[in-house]
Design a protein around this ligand. Structure first.
Ligand SMILES: Nc1nc2c(ncn2[C@@H]2O[C@H](COP(=O)(O)OP(=O)(O)OP(=O)(O)O)[C@@H](O)[C@H]2O)c(=O)[nH]1
Ligand SMILES: [Mg+2]
Length: 393
């Protein structure tokens, strides 16, 4: 059953996005980034009305964009009755204060937006605790800014999560709460560790990848489970583990939170224990959305995040998913006909990311080859671990 995350009776908030184009970014890249920000905003329930960009050497220290640009934004916000202005980067506490004073409207930065989505997605005690911890850590240096002049009773984007009453408590109380949450997480961690130890010594595989690439869809297809999957960012926050059997060979597969560019560092920290499955896996199944024009950047982001959580030195299978939606023109591939599986196999994508496989999870294309590859990879580890079992499989 689909969950309902937002109260549709609440009026959809109108948002304006703001980004800075630095010299090492092209307009094209910034466009992609803003599209992603818009996707995040819509996942959080906001309607993006327009965006403003400015070319700068680096974001302005005081106000992120220059004062002239800020004036333009202010005029627009007033004219169009905008509810939120969302910045495509982390804002420092003082930037946030300055901008808010100037625009007199709710300001969110990228991190806060991601935290908000996480807060609305969190289901288990572990995820809820992790998000709450991250939100309080985000809030701590920004305590002076409490949107007091805004309609805070109404709630809405950026206001979910640790309740208003906590936000109003002083620094000391927040610090206390942070340490309580950390203790709680440690306890949950201990329970989970025991659970994981009890899972015998089956080979463990973990689906990893950028958000919205189809990890949960693949999990459902291979493990015949019913993990929540939808076309929104961060559909999955908790880790699900399923036992899969291919030709009598049993192994485990886990599905977990997706990665994203500029994931707030303390959020990665807080989610480290959710990512334990990934860290302890024998094989990572790196799912890539081949239909995304920027999938190469996404691969890079995922690899960097894997490095961050200490999970990069593993056997990695790359699964290029969504081949049904691949558009050659997005990738400077001049081809009239749709690419065949053989074309994909011969491509640089396969060569640079071996072993690689090309599938469509929703159209069930090339699934058998994927299962065969999984079998081969899992068997190699299984045989190494249990040489006497080799005859069984
Ligand atoms: N066209 C196409 N769409 C797909 C394919 N596989 C998955 N999708 C769609 O992509 C969207 C995201 O799928 P999910 O399985 O939720 O992706 P995820 O990687 O688990 O996403 P998060 O949990 O949000 O990180 C859904 O709308 C799927 O239906 C595919 O092979 N082709
Ligand atoms: Mg998912």
């Amino acid at each position: 059953m689909k969950q309902k995350f937002y109260d549709t009776a609440v009026k959809q908030e109108k948002a304006v996005l703001v980004g800075v184009i630095t010299p090492n970014e092209t307009d094209e890249i910034e466009k992609e980034h803003l599209e992603e920000l818009e996707f995040l905003a819509s996942t959080a329930g906001a309607l993006t009305v327009t965006h403003f960009t400015q070319k700068l050497q680096r974001p302005d220290r005081a106000t992120f964009v220059g004062s002239g640009k800020l004036e333009d934004i202010k005029a627009y916000v007033k004219e169009e009755e905008i509810d939120i202005v969302i910045f495509d980067d982390g804002l420092s506490p003082s930037q946030l204060r300055n901008i808010e004073n100037e625009l007199q409207v709710k300001i969110l930065d990228r991190n806060n937006l991601i935290l908000d989505i996480f807060a609305s997605r969190a289901q288990t005690a572990q995820a809820k605790t992790q998000v709450e911890l991250a939100q309080l850590q985000y809030l701590l240096p920004r305590l002076t800014r409490l949107w007091t002049h805004l309609e805070r009773q109404k709630g809405g984007i950026g206001m979910r999560g640790p309740g208003e009453s906590q936000i109003e408590t002083d620094r000391r109380l927040i610090l206390n709460k942070i340490s309580l949450l950390k203790d709680k997480l440690k306890q949950i961690d201990k329970q989970n560790e025991t659970q994981r130890k009890n899972r015998h010594q089956l080979v463990r595989t973990a689906l990893v990848g950028y958000t919205n690439v189809g990890k949960s869809t693949i999990m459902n297809m291979i493990a015949k489970s019913e993990v929540f999957a939808e076309n929104k960012l961060f559909a999955t926050l908790d880790t699900t583990v399923r036992k899969v059997v291919i030709e009598n060979l049993p192994f485990l597969m886990s599905d977990t939170v997706g990665f994203i560019r500029k994931l707030p560092h303390h959020l990665v920290e807080c989610f480290k224990s959710t990512l334990d499955e990934t860290r302890e896996a024998d094989i990572l199944i790196h799912v890539v959305d081949i239909s995304h024009p920027n999938f190469e950047d996404q691969i890079r982001t995922v690899n960097e995040t894997l490095k961050d959580i200490g999970a990069i030195d593993k056997r990695i299978i790359t699964v290029f998913n969504k081949i049904d939606a691949f558009k050659p023109e997005d990738h400077q591939v001049s081809q009239e006909e749709p690419l065949t599986l053989e074309d994909f196999r011969q491509s640089w994508m396969a060569k640079n990311n071996a072993p690689a496989i090309f599938i469509s999870a929703t159209k069930k294309e090339n699934v058998e080859e994927f299962r065969a590859l999984l079998y081969k990879e899992v068997k190699a580890i299984h045989t190494e671990r249990y040489p006497y079992d080799a005859l069984l499989y």
